[in-house]
Ligand binder design. Structure first.
Ligand code: AMP
Length: 208
């Protein structure tokens, strides 16, 4: 255990669990590195990572009812409805594994989602303790998504869908940053440099 830092109180182990739950939201444009950093952070804190994008892609791959509902919207680069997202978040929060807190990766992308998730956490006596905003320029995003498209072949990394995703980000998700900033829980992380550089900044911003 590292002594000192704002998260010390959360990191004191109590038997198998934590002193209290710790909920962290990773926010930022597509291609900002939330998935990569979320995986590292979740391993470091010993908390589960929950990414609605991953869950929806799995549902599409398995052809479930959820996947059939989400497929066309996702491929177009638009956002899946708030109702669907809040439904999957509710299911996730009900799992025993989520009781100690969650690293939420790209889970909140509209104001109604922010309000809905906050209400669910409140019912559990929790709140979004920290929001890490991954700050990166449009040029960098476009070049990263182009690279990812050639490596992973994600349908929504094609240029038209990327345009829609950036549009959705600007109009629907950017206001979420201000919503959390008004609650004083946001830390900006410059999301440029190597994976290690960014992971170090993430750690520093959380005091771990
Ligand atoms: P991602 O992997 O995070 O880029 O998400 C891929 C796609 O899944 C997005 O472009 C949306 O269509 C959908 N999606 C994931 N999370 C959300 C969310 N919280 N709200 C609405 N749509 C989402």
């Amino acid at each position: 255990m590292v002594a000192g830092g704002p998260l010390t109180a959360y990191r004191l182990p109590l038997a198998e669990g934590w002193e209290r739950a710790l909920d962290i939201l990773l926010l930022g444009p597509p291609g900002a590195g939330k998935g990569t950093q979320g995986a590292l952070l979740s391993a470091r804190l010993g908390l589960p990572k929950f990414a609605t994008g991953d869950l929806l892609r799995d549902a599409v791959a398995q052809g479930t009812a959820l996947g059939r509902q989400a497929k066309a919207v996702m491929e177009s680069g638009a956002l899946v409805s708030d109702q669907i997202i809040l439904g999957v978040v509710r299911e996730e929060l009900a799992k025993p594994a989520a009781a100690g807190g969650v690293v939420f990766d790209g889970v909140v992308r509209t104001i109604p989602q922010a309000e809905g998730v906050e209400a669910m956490l409140r019912d559990l006596g929790r709140r979004m303790d920290r929001v890490l905003f991954f700050d990166v320029t449009d040029e960098e995003i476009l070049s990263r998504l182009d690279k990812r498209r050639s490596l992973e072949g994600r349908a929504d990394d094609d240029p038209e869908a990327v345009k829609r995703r950036l549009d959705a980000y600007r109009t629907q998700t950017a206001p979420v940053l201000a919503w959390y900033e008004a609650r004083g829980a946001v830390t900006r992380v410059p999301a440029v440099g190597t994976v290690d550089d960014i992971a170090r900044r993430v750690g520093e911003s959380l005091g771990i």
